[in-house]
Design a protein around this ligand. Structure first.
Ligand code: ZN
Length: 150
């Protein structure tokens, strides 16, 4: 189990130091902003959705390691998903970080996103991990507004 947490930490630090899909997305047709006042994390999410499929996803913002890694991993995971699949993934991610029990039961198909499962042990960090996903929800709803975790 220790090896697994080390692997997970490595994934988080890698995505924090070198965030994937960072920057304004040219041709984005959905955008939403999220704010987590507890930690000060901010994220702006951009999506390009065509024919109901997320073709591109990117984010900007400043946040802690968990918030940044979550946005980076999320934007990677969203590409090629339908809007319904993206919503479903969001639900499974939230379940993973808010329920106890083995990750492989609650999140069998989350892939690298499972690296964030450790935040369950740190309730104050759960909102850092879910900020990008709250923002995704707003973007999929087409709300060009700021969502807050509070
Ligand atoms: Zn944070």
């Amino acid at each position: 189990m220790n090896d697994l947490s080390e692997l997970y930490q490595e994934v988080i630090f890698d995505h924090y130091r070198r965030p994937r899909n960072r920057g304004v997305l040219a041709g984005a047709n959905r955008k939403a902003e999220g704010y987590n006042p507890l930690c000060g994390d901010r994220v702006t999410l951009y999506l390009r959705i065509e024919d109901g499929i997320v073709r591109e996803a990117s984010f900007e913002g400043s946040g802690c390691a968990i918030a940044t890694a979550s946005a980076s991993l999320m934007t990677d995971a969203l590409k090629g998903k339908t809007e319904a699949e993206a919503q479903a993934l969001s639900g499974r991610f939230r379940d993973m970080v808010t329920t106890s029990g083995p990750v492989w039961v609650s999140a069998p198909d989350l892939g690298k996103l499972a690296a964030l499962s450790g935040v369950r042990e740190f309730p104050a960090r759960v909102k850092c991990a879910t900020l990008a996903w709250h923002t995704l929800h707003a973007a999929l709803q087409g709300e060009n507004s700021t969502v807050s975790t509070e």
